[in-house]
Write a protein that binds this ligand. Structure first.
Ligand code: DP6
Length: 402
């Protein structure tokens, strides 16, 4: 009958955001459960500019679990992906009163197909595992009808992914329990809380191979006394302070602490043995530029933060965007390759006063910044209702190939 037909194939599509930490997560106390040595705090970025879309389908006709990343088939056996899948199925089973044989609403023994893609170029080196796992878990949870606390599941994919399960300003509480049940993400304030806050992602050219987060933080935990001190003594205090700055929309406090925490994270990388370098000459030029800009204005107008990659993320307020974008354009004159230098939210044009140019734009480095992405805080994962947006067709195979 119609019911049986419907159950033969179920399909769900979700989107999920990228997040950028202002109090950084670096170091695990449990590698398998992905439990951090310190709490962290991030801003969820708007999905109009940066998002992952994932379609999850289950069918009695699928012969095996399959996965496509940006149109290319990928290994579905990845332990972290399997952990997420196992946890969602466990929650689904629990919800149905412990029976794995239950047929409604979806048979848990059906194989699944997953297709996922980003609306930003992977080559841009923007962190995509957080959005990716948040999206996977959101889609799987919907598929199996699981509701409630899901950050715990997303955390099993990638630590920072648990923070992408919520919009706005999000804290990941380290938790105390060895089983990780209290290592969860919590919203500190919604994305509407600070309407003037803006984010500029400076996507840099010439990305180099670097140490991945997982391996890097493991070496840091094993060798860096500074990281131990940071987790025990520095972060607890900073976290409380950062929450206050956010509550009060105090950009001076928020910006200063964001820069200091980024710098301390990179200091723990240098304190790691052998040392890890994520900041390069260009990062240091951007850091110096931000400090010259702030010094010229006599207050904190822009704040930088860097993760385990070369792109710079700048926090600022709406009234500063046009001027700072022009400063970046003058400092890193775009190579004339026809690419749009400013992308995302619109940016007004600004002409810079001579004294600002002289004080802030010192030695231009042509082509070093590929483009600027202008975005703002945004909401958490979304369910797409329109079936035409599914990445998989009715046959369970990718609709588009790249
Ligand atoms: C520097 O979440 O990518 O971006 O848990 O091993 O998957 P795993 O690491 P990941 O680490 C992110 C580190 C960071 C800081 C942060 O986002 O808090």
């Amino acid at each position: 009958g119609a019911m049986a037909e419907e159950r033969a194939l179920a399909m769900v599509t979700c989107t999920a955001p990228v997040n950028i930490a202002v109090i950084k997560y670096w170091g695990k106390r449990d590698n398998d459960l992905i439990l951090p040595i310190n709490s962290s705090l991030s801003v969820t970025l708007h999905q109009d500019q940066l998002k992952t879309t994932t379609t999850a389908a289950a069918s009695r006709d699928f012969a095996e679990d399959r996965l496509w990343l940006n149109g290319e088939e990928a290994d579905v056996g990845h332990p972290r992906l399997q952990a997420c899948l196992r946890e969602v199925r466990r929650l689904a089973r629990k919800r149905r009163g412990g029976s794995a044989e239950d047929v409604a609403p979806l048979n848990l023994s059906y194989k699944i197909h997953i297709a996922t893609e980003n609306n930003f170029p992977t080559a841009a080196g923007l962190a995509s595992s957080a959005a990716g796992y948040a999206c996977l878990v959101s889609a799987l949870a919907r598929l199996y009808g699981v509701e409630g606390e899901l950050s715990e599941v997303a955390r099993r994919g990638s630590g920072s992914a648990c923070r992408s399960m919520l919009g706005g300003f999000v804290q990941w509480q380290r938790g105390e329990r060895p089983d990780g049940r209290d290592s969860l993400a919590q919203q500190v304030a919604p994305e509407t809380h600070w309407p003037e806050l803006r984010v500029l992602v400076l996507v840099v050219s010439g990305e180099k191979k670097q140490v991945g987060s997982t391996a890097g933080m493991q070496t840091s935990v094993d060798t860096s006394p500074l990281l131990k001190h940071r987790a025990e003594a520095v972060v607890p205090e900073r976290l409380a302070l950062m929450m206050r700055h956010i509550r009060e929309r105090d950009f001076e406090g928020f910006g200063q602490l964001t820069m200091k925490d980024s710098n301390q994270f990179h200091a723990t990388c240098l304190d790691t043995f052998p040392p890890i370098f994520y900041l390069n000459d260009l990062s240091r030029q951007i850091i110096a530029l931000a400090h010259r800009f702030n010094a010229h204005h006599g207050r904190t107008k822009v704040a930088y933060t860097f993760d385990a990659g070369p792109n710079a993320v700048i926090f600022t307020l709406a009234d500063t965007v046009a001027e700072f974008v022009e400063v970046v354009r003058r400092s890193f004159p775009p190579a004339t390759n026809g690419d749009q230098f400013v992308r995302g939210l619109p940016v007004d044009s600004a002409s810079l006063p001579e004294e600002l140019l002289t004080a802030v734009v010192t030695e231009p480095v042509p082509g070093a910044v590929r483009y600027i992405l202008h975005t703002k805080p945004g909401p958490g994962p979304q369910l797409l209702d329109d079936p035409s947006q599914h990445l998989l067709g009715a046959d369970g195979l990718p609709r588009r190939c790249t």
